[in-house]
Every structure is written in structure tokens, then in C-alpha cells.
Design a protein around this ligand. Structure first.
Ligand SMILES: [Zn+2]
Length: 568
């Protein structure tokens, strides 16, 4: 560092021109004054969040050079704002303030990667944007078809194909076109992320790695250990479902299964082997009652000519019947719920957005008419309802109680929606009186286990891998090896072809290049069942949990609203 610049910066911060510390620049401990500051800075924060979100939205829904430049500029401006704001914030000593004020100061002082120098910030923005662009614009050829995109082409192929070689080709080529191309950027990214972490300080608390910053919002020091322990408790159940699926796959592909009893990662009905429900339709013997009505109601939705709009309205109705709010007029005007039909390309990964006003909330989703997307819509709309519940809070508190809560709300609603009884009620699952409900419920429970239980080890390793890499416990020369070591150890899943350090398979999963912490999903997969169980204790008391449908239960709805209404 250039020493003279450093000295003059310090001088600027703590001295007046006469060289003596001024009264104004000394540490402020007056709480009334602090409250005024909080009110004012929260107002500014809302404006800055909004500007940054608009620019990011602009790029995500229409990826081109113009929107990219606008997004980059907005990120730079936001970093600048955060740096200035942190300096002002640190003029206060908030140790003895009441909790409500103190926690706001904690949150303001933590500015994450905005703490980087201008030069490093620019590099960080460039590498993260490049990674997201690689991921979102990758196209590949499989068999004789070209220009295939992840959403919907490859996701559909992985979900529906029974052809071993075709699945393998899609699996390998997707990784060649995504993760492999971002390996160098990723190494730069996490080194800069760690550098930023060390520049952050909240009172006396210091941060060493980028994931230290992510995990701060869990407000507990041992979240890594807690998560590992939780997984340990669930693994015996996972091992059972793994053994069952492996047995069926051995019958379906007798010469292809590895001797070490792992499952090749491309055979589980999903690009990342993260949820396995789709193999009920593709691997013989997984569905115990294939002649009964399918639990996946995609065909029925298509037969009834469902549209994206109708799927969103169905989801909205469920929330409204629980006593939650309708989507705002702006939501319907501004959301993008289908992939553009012209040649504009967009980031298709579904997401929910808060624009920090009282009525501007949006979803971006390349909706396909199928059951998986119907569930995802409920997931995203759960975020929107949560945003609306806490919109009166100051900007720094407009966030979930913890990241896991935010991810669990929509999922927990979908647990009711996906029950055979509910699907029957809304006309998507035909069941006459002669149908064997016991068998239908077993099918439903198996589908749940394949989607939700099978997810848990994956939900853990995406971040376990990052904790190990960011902390330096794994060298940058062993990034891919470590990924597969964890996949084998926790998931019992192996690569179908030899992998090397030329590959970068973690990067083929959206949340790695886009820097989204992942144990939130692990936690949500546990929390949603705990919430569901609690909410089923009102109007649905006595109903077995797997049959519980809280549709229209205002008492349950009120409890859930109360939870969402609390500030973070
Ligand atoms: Zn989510």
C-alpha cells in the first residue's frame, strides 16, 4: 500500500484542518442522536438498495452489454455508498444501546465485499458478473439437437430421459459449458472475497473468510457444527432411500453401476442429483403402484391448458385463503413469469425480488407448465409474502429471521398443495371412490422422500465445500477433487466419467458462481416440516401429517403471519 495515501485518508477521517480531533469527530454514545442517525441512514439505504436492485433486475431479465454496464455502474455506486455509510456508522459506539438499535448498527457496520478497494471491487464485480453470464448463457448440443439451454431443455432431459448415454452426454457437456469455463475466475473471486472479509469489523468482531460474513446473519457462532450435527441425525434415513434407489438402478442398468456402491450422478433425474423425485417416472420399480394416478400432475395441468399466469394465481389464492395479502398491482405489471419469446436472453433461475418500497415486489421465472414449477412458484411467492409482512421495518431489518426461515415459508405452503387430497380438490388429480387412498399416500410419501430427504446431504456439501475451500484447508489445485470427495462421502454419488482439475464441477451449480449461501436450503428442508407440523395442529388437528392440508385455515395462517411479521 502507498503509505502517504493511507496516512492522508486516516487524517481525513479523524482530524480537522487544525490538526486536533474535533468534538464532532469523536465517538458518539448518545442514543437519541444515534436514533436520529438510524432513521436517516435507513431512508438512504432504501433508495440505494432500490437503485441497485433495479439495475440488477434490468440485467437479469435482459442480458446485453447496455444492461451489463448499467449493473456494473450500480454495483460500484452501491459499494461507494456502503463505504461512506460504514465510516459514519463507526462514529458511534453502540455497545450499550438497546437491542433494537444495537443490532441495526451491527448490520450497518457489516458491508461485505463493498469494503474492497476501488480496484479490487472492480475486479470482483467483473469476475462475478462473468461467472453469472457464463452460467446463464451456456448452450450445448446433445445427440443431434443443438442450442439446448439448461432451462427448460436440459432440466427436462435429465428429468425424463431413460437413455444412459444421452443423460451422460448432457451431464458432461453442461459441465464443460459452465463450471469448467469459470475455474480461474472462481479462484480470483474467493481470494478477493476473503480479502473483503478481513476488511470488515463489527465492534470487536473480526472476519476471516467470505463465509464468515455469510454466516453472520444466523447470529450463532456454531452454525457450521449445528448443521453437520443435524445432517448426522438424518443420514440413517438417507442411507435407506439411497440403498433402495441403488437397488432399482442396478436392475435398470446392470452393467453400468460402480462396484463401490455409489450411484453415478447423472442417473437421479436431476442435473445435480439434488432431488430425485423424477425417477419415479423413469426408473422401473421405483414407483410401487405405477398403474395408479401419477402424483406428479404435469400431464393433467397440460391437458387442462394451464398457463404460467394461472399457476401464479392458484398460488396467490392459497396465500390469500390463509389470510395473507394479494400480490400487488405492480407485482403483476413488473414480474417476468415466462421466458421471453423474442431473442432477449435472461437469467432463468427463479428468484423473488424486494425493491424496498411498499408495493414493488417481483418474481422472475421462466415458468414451464409442470408440477415442479408449480411448487417453485409457491416457494418464490412465499418470499414475496414474507417481504410484504416486514415492509414497514427499517431497511436494515427488511430481511428474514434467518436465511433458512425465508426459504422455508413457500415450501411449507407447497407441502399442503402437493398432498393428493388437495390436488384432487383443485381438480388436478382424478380420484374416484374406488381408489385406494393408502396406496396413493404411499406414493406421495415416497415422492416426498425422494425430493426432500434425498436433498439433505447435497444441501450440506455445497457449503461444506466452500467452507473448506475459503478457509484454505483445501488448496486451489484440488478444488474438483474435494468436491467429489464430499459427494462420495455424504451423498454416495460418484462422477460417471473421470474428472480432473481441468474441470470445475461445483461451478455447474447456480449458487456457486452467483455467491448464494446454501445451508439456508438445508435448514429450510428441516424447518418446513417443523412449521408444517405446528400449523397442522389447528384446523387439521388429528389429521396425519402427510395428509394435512392447511388450505383456508385462518388460525394457522395468522400464526404464520405473526412469525413473518417480526423483524429480522
Ligand atoms: Zn428461495
Amino acid at each position: 500500500m502507498n503509505l502517504s495515501v493511507f496516512v492522508s485518508l486516516i487524517t481525513l477521517l479523524v482530524m480537522r484542518s487544525d490538526g486536533k480531533p474535533s468534538k464532532d469527530d469523536s465517538i458518539i454514545t448518545n442514543e437519541d442522536k444515534a436514533k436520529e442517525y438510524l432513521k436517516e441512514v435507513n431512508g438512504r439505504m432504501e433508495v440505494e438498495y432500490r437503485k441497485q436492485s433495479e439495475a440488477w433486475w434490468g440485467y437479469s431479465t435482459d442480458m446485453n452489454n447496455r444492461t451489463l454496464e448499467a449493473q456494473t455502474k450500480a454495483m460500484e455506486a452501491f459499494d461507494e455508498f456502503q463505504k461512506k455509510q460504514a465510516i459514519e456508522t463507526k462514529r458511534y459506539n453502540w455497545t450499550n444501546f438497546d437491542e433494537y438499535n444495537r443490532r441495526q448498527f451491527d448490520r450497518l457496520a457489516l458491508i461485505g465485499t463493498s469494503a474492497l478497494s476501488e480496484k479490487d471491487s472492480k475486479t470482483f464485480t467483473r469476475v462475478t458478473t462473468e461467472m453469472e453470464t457464463i452460467y446463464s448463457s451456456a448452450k450445448i448440443c446433445v445427440a443431434d439437437k443443438c442450442d439446448l439451454e439448461l432451462d427448460p431443455d436440459l432440466e427436462k432431459l435429465m428429468a425424463e430421459s431413460k437413455d444412459y448415454d444421452k443423460l451422460l452426454e448432457a451431464w458432461v457437456k453442461w459441465r464443460d459449458a459452465s463450471g469448467k469455463l469459470m475455474r480461474k475466475n472462481y479462484i480470483k473471486y474467493y481470494h478477493l472475497g476473503n480479502k473483503a472479509a478481513k476488511l470488515n469489523k463489527v465492534l470487536n468482531r473480526e472476519f476471516k473468510t467470505l463465509d464468515d460474513i455469510w454466516l453472520y446473519s444466523w447470529e450463532t457462532d456454531d452454525i457450521r457444527e449445528q448443521t453437520a450435527k443435524q445432517l448426522d441425525q438424518m443420514l440413517p434415513f438417507y442411507q435407506k432411500i439411497h440403498a433402495f434407489v441403488r437397488m432399482r438402478l442396478e436392475k435398470a442398468f446392470p452393467d453400468k453401476m460402480p462396484k463401490d456402491r455409489t450411484i453415478p450422478a447423472h442417473l437421479l433425474g436431476n442435473m445435480w442429483a439434488q432431488q430425485w423425485g423424477n425417477i419415479m417416472n423413469t426408473v422401473p420399480g421405483v414407483d410401487p403402484f405405477p398403474s395408479l394416478a401419477p402424483i406428479d400432475v404435469t400431464n393433467e395441468m397440460k391437458a387442462q391448458k394451464y398457463t404460467a399466469k394461472r399457476m401464479f394465481e392458484l398460488s396467490e389464492q392459497f396465500f390469500v385463503d390463509l389470510g395473507f395479502e394479494k400480490m400487488t398491482q405492480k407485482f403483476w405489471e413488473k414480474s417476468v413469469i415466462e421466458k421471453h419469446k423474442d431473442n432477449r436472453s435472461m437469467v432463468c433461475h427463479a428468484s423473488a425480488w424486494d425493491f424496498y418500497t411498499q408495493d414493488d415486489f417481483r418474481i422472475k421465472q421462466c415458468t414451464d407448465v409442470d408440477m415442479e414449477d408449480l411448487i417453485i412458484i409457491h416457494h418464490e411467492m412465499g418470499h414475496i409474502e414474507y417481504f410484504m409482512q416486514y415492509r414497514a421495518q427499517p431497511a436494515v431489518y427488511r430481511d428474514g429471521a434467518n436465511p433458512g426461515f425465508h426459504e422455508a415459508i413457500g415450501d411449507l405452503i407447497a407441502l399442503s398443495v402437493a398432498t393428493p387430497k388437495h390436488l384432487n380438490k383443485i381438480g388436478l388429480l382424478r380420484m374416484d371412490d374406488s381408489i385406494d387412498m393408502k396406496k396413493i399416500n404411499i406414493k406421495f410419501q415416497l415422492k416426498m422422500a425422494l425430493d426432500k430427504l434425498a436433498f439433505l446431504p447435497f444441501g450440506f456439501i455445497v457449503d461444506k465445500w466452500r467452507w473448506d475451500v475459503f478457509s484454505g484447508n483445501v488448496s486451489k489445485d484440488h478444488l474438483n477433487r474435494h468436491w467429489w470427495q464430499l459427494r462420495g462421502q455424504y451423498q454416495g454419488v460418484s462422477p460417471p466419467v473421470t474428472r480432473s482439475e481441468d474441470d470445475f464441477d461445483p461451478g455447474a451449480k447456480y449458487h456457486i458462481p452467483t455467491s448464494v449461501e446454501y445451508i439456508r436450503y438445508f435448514a429450510a428442508h428441516i424447518l418446513q416440516f417443523q412449521f408444517h407440523k405446528a400449523l397442522c395442529g389447528f384446523g387439521q388437528k388429528g389429521v396425519p401429517l402427510h395428509e394435512c392440508d392447511i388450505d383456508g385455515d385462518k388460525e394457522a395462517g395468522n400464526k404464520l403471519k405473526y412469525v413473518c411479521h417480526q423483524n429480522t
